[in-house]
Design a protein around this ligand. Structure first.
Ligand code: NAD
Length: 482
């Protein structure tokens, strides 16, 4: 059954079969723009998790024995199905997550590109012949799929976060058990449906929901599972990495950030204000790579702030499915409270709080686009990732001070700068400690380049050939001919 605006009934996918939990347990699915219940989600118990692991082992055997070309053909078909269905799946995503429909559709099209890329890249996973030191010896270096991957994904990009993990794993020949987010479960189910319709063997992709800690503890320890991939907050990431370490299983961790953006006096300020406003308030700021600490060269700070405020006032806040809306609600009330607490803490410690003069709906999980001016280091928001429509504005007089502030936090995911000086561009590219640095634009996140962080923002990459390789093990085979 395809889902549109009717009550959403999200099931588990185990061994290629959609099913409810055996004990009938469900969770409610809420629309964050209205608070209304719009569906229900099957809640897996350990029994279903055991069946999912068993099914995934069979799915892995079936998938790894296909040729890389056949896997690519299925993945390309899944990508094309997603493209065809982008409008209807986008509507589901917009309803359950809140983001504007246009952003949901762009996300789905981006996910299709990611899947197609990894399918293609899987065809280039070449084995290597190493010249031997002795005659009649053949030395082969083989890259083989690591096995079943347990993937835990968050609600901010319900489809794209899964597409990166699924794409890299399937492209390498692995099977995947996805634990998708309970806040936004229905659009991920449609992504998985596209793979089933495209012809992935039963069990190659499984989908479960339930109690996140119970599922991760169970799957990470399960002998069938050979790799862990998580996107979410740093504390949860550290916990899961420790569980995986105890089992000697490799992990990819894409965690939080607190991205600095350095705006120099020689920057094109109109372009910077336009692009930074779009990047900051996309998905209501619930983006791990969103610019957060705006470090402005003192001489242009007042001008930049006025330009930025004008753009913030032009944001249209409302239900994602409504025409012309550019910013939706936060995903749940927990996030509204988290943002509220950070702002009140900053206010109490002397910050100036400015909020956009745009209408904000009275119901649902909305939060006004906000600037925190005159911050001091004792404010929580200067340490913790806000993960919402909130920017912190500070100024600097020397570039080395700006770099020191950019590198102050234990995070190191994305960082940005605006400057027309090529020497400064190169210097910032070298000196700023982050997994990704974008200068004068926000060109981060295309499938063929690395995507990942350093320090507390995690390790591993979710883009480029390295992401695929992280789902393989290397085997050396040496043989002497008699
Ligand atoms: P969270 O880390 O608690 O949850 C993020 C996701 O991880 C959710 O989908 C959740 O179901 C899952 N999760 C939580 N505990 C888990 C566990 N023990 N095992 C397996 N999965 C688990 O974060 P949240 O409260 O939903 O969001 C708040 C913070 O999370 C944000 O401030 C941000 O730092 C971070 N976050 C980061 C990203 C990202 O893209 N890096 C995405 C979403 C959230």
């Amino acid at each position: 059954m395809r889902m549109s605006d009717e009550f959403l009934n999200v099931q588990l996918l185990i061994s290629g079969t959609w099913q409810d939990a055996a004990d009938g347990r469900t969770l409610p699915l809420l629309d964050p723009a209205t608070g209304e219940t719009i569906g229900k989600i099957a809640h897996a118990s350990k029994k279903e998790l055991a069946l999912a692991a068993e099914g995934a082992a069979k799915g892995f055997d079936a998938w790894r024995t296909l040729t890389a070309w056949d896997r690519f053909v299925i993945m390309r078909r899944a990508a094309n199905l997603l493209r065809e269905r982008a409008q209807s799946i986008g509507r589901i995503m917009s309803r359950e997550q809140g983001k504007p429909l246009e952003q949901a559709i762009i996300e789905i099209q981006g996910a299709a590109n990611v899947i197609e890329y990894f399918g293609e890249e899987g065809r280039r996973l070449n084995d290597v012949l190493v010249p031997p030191r002795a005659p009649n010896v053949e030395q082969r270096v083989l890259h083989r799929p690591v096995g079943v991957v347990a993937a835990f994904t968050p609600w901010n990009f319900p489809i794209n976060q899964i597409a990166r993990k699924l794409g890299a794993a399937l492209g390498a020949g692995c099977a995947v058990i996805v634990k998708a987010p309970e806040d936004t479960p229905a659009s991920p189910a449609e992504l998985i449906r596209a793979f089933l319709d495209a012809g992935v063997p039963a069990g190659t992709v499984s989908l479960v929901y339930g109690e996140p800690a119970e599922i991760s503890e169970y799957l990470i320890a399960h002998p069938v599972v050979r790799k862990i991939s998580f996107t979410g907050s740093t504390p949860v990431g550290k916990h899961l990495a420790a569980l995986a370490g105890a089992q000697m299983k490799p992990v990819t961790m894409e965690l939080g950030g607190h991205a600095p953006v350095i705006v120099c006096a020689d920057a094109d300020l109109d372009k910077a204000a336009e692009r930074l406003c779009a990047a900051k308030f996309r998905n209501a700021g619930q983006v791990c790579i969103a610019p957060t600490r705006f470090l402005l060269e003192q001489s242009i700070a007042p001008t930049f702030v006025e330009k930025f405020k004008a753009r913030m006032n032009a944001l249209k806040v409302g239900r994602g499915v409504d025409e012309g809306v550019t910013m939706g609600p936060l995903v749940n009330q927990r996030r509204v409270k988290a943002l509220h607490d950070l702002v009140e803490d900053a206010r109490a410690k002397g910050a100036t709080i400015w909020q956009a003069e745009t209408a904000i709906p009275n119901e649902g999980c909305f939060f006004a686009p906000t600037l925190i001016l005159n911050p001091t280091l004792d404010m929580r928001v200067m340490q913790e990732e806000p993960f919402g429509p909130l920017a912190i504005v500070a100024d600097f007089t020397s570039l080395s001070d700006a770099v020191a502030e950019a590198n102050r936090l234990p995070y190191g995911l994305a960082a940005y700068a605006y400057t027309s000086n090529e020497r400064t561009q190169r210097l910032l590219g070298e000196k700023v400690e982050a997994g990704m640095v974008a200068i004068n634009h926000h060109g981060i996140g295309v499938p063929e380049v690395p995507f990942g962080g350093i320090k507390d923002s995690g390790y591993g990459t979710e883009g480029g050939p390295e992401a695929l390789r992280a789902h393989t093990y290397i085997k050396f085979v040496s043989s002497e001919q008699a």
